[in-house]
Design a protein around this ligand. Structure first.
Ligand code: NCD
Length: 328
């Protein structure tokens, strides 16, 4: 699949506003902060008895999920509904493409239904870029996770959660632990953390689960939890992404848990007020102990709640940037 290296000609309009949200690469601190501040303003909407604002009224949002998803798909749906959009959910793995229709034919049919926004999850890295380049200029594309490449709304909901608990990014030390190699979440998180100016991003993983270019992203590599977690403010755990693994990258899950699983004991290496995060789905006893996942330092469910506000922010910003770009 064609990979676009310079995405900003595609995702920003001439005024520098977001019109597609494909990757964090190339975005600046001001734009990321605008997403977080806009999301903050939507958190209050989720606490109301009538959880709706009219920003996307009359717009049609299509959730195009070519890969399984629970949290991401349902929070995108809720976000669009809370913005008053009409929402169509398509699980493509069980629909037209399985009857032989090509991706571009499926897209053309959806465009013919006057859709305004596609939220796309795909197993191929670069699929949302490809779609953004090929759809009519009327449609805005949001990346909901593509292959191992990027998951920008997940990273932004993680940043919102960190900011809520730690106040600011400067001075923080953040460790990301586990299957970095297959993780689009880790790639987007590292980008976001660097753009927002944290002091230190660490990755902790066995060599077999690290991408070769990891240090070029600005992350410091640690092979063990004792050193890697020492004095960190934030611990982000990742799932072993078995569906993307080819061959034996690990001796066994038991061995992985012993060395890299986050237990109450290992969490003591981090600062006493460190927060524990996980994008989900969590695998208890594989990468995280239940006592930690459900413990006082865990903010895993806050991440899920924040996902709605961040997705509302990104969708409303992209829609207004898209319309402004078209009218310019
Ligand atoms: C992640 C994903 O799909 O990339 N989950 C998510 O979006 N909440 C991480 C994972 O599947 O482990």
């Amino acid at each position: 699949m064609k990979q676009v290296t310079e995405p900003n000609h595609l995702q920003l309009n001439k005024q520098g506003q977001l019109k597609h949200f494909l990757t964090l690469d190339g975005l600046d601190k001001a734009l990321l902060t605008e997403i977080l501040d806009t999301a903050d303003s939507f958190i209050e909407v989720g606490a109301r008895s009538i959880k709706k604002v009219p920003l996307l009224r009359g717009r049609t949002v299509v959730n195009l999920f070519f890969e399984a998803s629970t949290r991401t798909r349902s929070t995108f749906e809720l976000a669009a509904k809370r913005l008053s959009a009409d929402v169509l959910n398509l699980n493509i793995s069980t629909s037209a493409t399985s009857k032989g229709e090509s991706l571009s034919d499926t897209l053309q049919n959806l465009e013919a239904m006057a859709s305004d926004m596609f939220v796309v999850r795909h197993s191929q890295s670069g699929a949302p870029h490809f779609i953004a380049e090929s759809v009519t200029p009327n449609v805005s594309i949001i990346n909901a996770g593509d292959g191992r490449h990027a998951h920008p709304t997940q990273a932004m909901l993680d940043m919102l959660t960190i900011r809520q608990h730690k106040g600011c990014f400067e001075g923080l030390s953040v460790a990301i632990v586990g299957d970095i190699l297959h993780s689009r979440v880790a790639r987007s998180q590292i980008r976001a953390l660097k753009i927002l100016g944290v002091s230190e991003v660490r990755v902790i993983a066995p060599n077999t689960l690290l991408p070769v270019d990891i240090e070029s992203l600005g992350a410091k590599v640690f092979g063990c939890m004792k050193e890697g977690l020492d004095n960190v403010d934030v611990v982000i755990m990742l799932r072993l992404q078995r569906e993307r693994m080819e061959g034996a990258l690990l001796p066994s899950e038991d061995e992985f848990y012993k060395l890299y699983g986050l237990t109450t004991e290992k969490l003591k290496y981090a600062k006493p007020d460190a927060i524990v995060m996980h994008p989900g789905p969590i695998n208890r006893g594989v990468e995280i102990e239940s006592a930690v996942a459900d413990g006082p330092q865990s903010v895993i469910l806050n991440q899920v709640t924040n996902g709605i506000a961040v997705r509302m922010a990104v969708m409303s910003m992209a829609m207004s940037g898209h319309v402004a770009g078209r009218d310019a």
